[in-house]
Design a protein around this ligand. Structure first.
Ligand code: FAD
Length: 427
């Protein structure tokens, strides 16, 4: 990898998401050599991926070059690499561009989509964890309408305009709302010769309420908003299979659809060599102690989505969200520096700042620890918080301008098929 050994201890960080970047910033300009590895050369702001999928934002505005984040840190080396495995005995990380030894290893690889072992759903459904996947979805949505124009068979045409979103967490709810807004404001004008009223947006949730991690009030209000927008919300219904044509469920309700979007679960993105049964638990997460040290190791830490830090308040670990990842990265950075100076590490304490989701224009739900609210004010809070956490002044400006433009014009100009997507489908 062409990285010199220096007198400084070497910290290798796998993954430049929220956790990895937050840790890297804490270690910047300190007496450690930091090697950052990621399979992308940019950081992705995942909470806004659904806006890329629905043409509201260009992908560049939610991505930020990793090299630019660390450019002022003297002892930093970024390598674009896909990490294949770790050999803890040899203290070595094996990647597609070569191997590297570490003194401290940080696993911040986040999570990946969980299909719960269903190969057919995995093959035929669409997911939205990365920018390329969001662009695939954007292309497919638009291609469906282009194709629907050409088809005379009514059943097939309706299947092209029937969208099934599985999983009504924030991702599913936000995507359903955005699709409903396109249906209302954009598609009828773009496709005047297509009966857009036939477009259906189905949001399917296995449990008895949507946004199950939020308050009941937030769930109820979000459902009301979705219904106002014409989304069909199905609760206590589980999609059991999808063959590219039909989505079957645990009841007698089945959907004929060309597009099934799977947002029903994630699991830790573990790495070979570090996937031992004694420290991998529910959700494929790595058990860590209060200092983010992986169970059974002295020099391997895990942060963010991949880490499961059990406590009385969080018996299954912290929620797989940006804030725990950011805060853990910061705490570990401070702790590693404390350790180098011979000081004691401080345990991680999660500061829950709340959660929020938007359903569409003027419609959002916000749960703060002591205050819950919904509606227009919540929508402004949602926008402000997302702008604040985006990396880069240019990105914030572009997103802000896009939002103002979209709000005034009822538009989403990034509805472009830049990179055609050919879905494996039976239709
Ligand atoms: C669509 C969507 C919407 C979301 N909305 C919200 C929201 O509104 N609010 C909220 O708080 N959270 C939200 N989340 C969750 C939040 O994005 C995650 O909890 C957060 O990104 C976790 O941070 P992380 O650093 O652990 O992992 P990530 O941010 O996922 O970063 C992991 C990094 O590791 C890299 N990587 C993984 N494996 C390898 C490998 N083998 N080799 C090299 N590199 C690798 C990846 O490329 C990536 O850059 C959303 C997630 C998604 C997908």
């Amino acid at each position: 990898m062409n990285i010199p050994r220096t007198s400084f201890p070497r910290v290798v960080i796998i993954g430049c998401g929220f956790a990895g970047i937050s840790l890297a910033k804490e270690l910047g300009k300190q007496e450690v050599q930091v090697v950052l590895l990621d399979r992308h050369n940019y950081h992705t702001f995942q909470p806004l991926l659904y806006q890329v999928s629905t043409g509201g934002l260009e992908p560049d505005s939610i991505a930020y070059p990793i090299r630019k984040i660390v450019k002022n840190y003297p002892n930093f080396y970024f390598r674009l690499a896909n990490v294949a495995s770790v050999d803890p005995e040899k203290k070595c990380v094996c990647t597609d561009i070569g191997d590297i030894n570490y003194d401290k290893l940080i696993i911040a690889t986040g999570s990946k989509t969980n299909f719960f072992g269903n190969a057919s759903i995995e093959k035929y459904s669409m997911v939205m964890k990365t920018i390329p996947q969001s662009l695939n979805l954007r292309s497919l949505i638009l291609e469906n309408f282009e194709q629907a124009l050409l088809i005379s068979d009514l059943e097939e045409r309706n299947a092209l305009m029937n969208f099934v979103i599985v999983g009504a967490g924030p991702t599913g709810v936000e995507l359903a709302g955005a699709l409903a807004e396109i249906k209302k404001g954009i598609l009828p004008k773009d496709y005047p010769d297509l009966d857009i009223r036939q477009m259906k947006i189905n949001l399917v949730q296995g449990s008895d309420r949507i946004l199950p991690a939020m308050s009941e009030k937030a769930s109820e209000k979000a459902e009301d908003y979705l219904q106002e927008l014409g989304v069909e919300v199905w609760k206590d219904l589980r999609v059991t299979n999808y063959d590219g044509d039909w989505a079957t469920t645990n009841s007698d309700i089945n959907f004929k659809t060309a597009t099934l979007i799977w947002s029903a679960g994630v699991k830790g993105a573990t790495i070979a060599g570090l996937d031992g049964e004694d420290f991998i638990v529910r959700g494929n997460r790595m058990v860590v102690n209060e200092f983010n040290l992986v169970k059974g190791f002295k020099d391997i830490y895990a942060l963010g989505d991949i880490a499961c830090m059990k406590s009385e308040l969080y018996p299954f670990g912290h929620p797989m969200m940006a804030q725990p990842a950011i805060q853990q990265g910061k705490n570990l950075g401070k702790n590693l520096l404390r350790e180098i100076k011979g000081k004691e590490m401080k345990p991680f304490v999660y500061n829950d700042k709340g959660s929020m989701a938007t359903v569409g224009r003027n419609k959002a739900v916000v749960d703060l620890p002591n205050f819950k609210f919904q509606g227009v004010f919540a929508w402004f809070v949602w926008m402000f918080v997302h702008l604040f956490f985006l990396i880069g002044f240019r990105n914030r400006m572009i997103v802000f301008i896009n939002w103002v433009y979209n709000y005034i014009r009822f538009d989403r100009e990034a509805r472009l098929i830049i990179r055609p997507y050919k879905k494996t489908r039976k239709l």
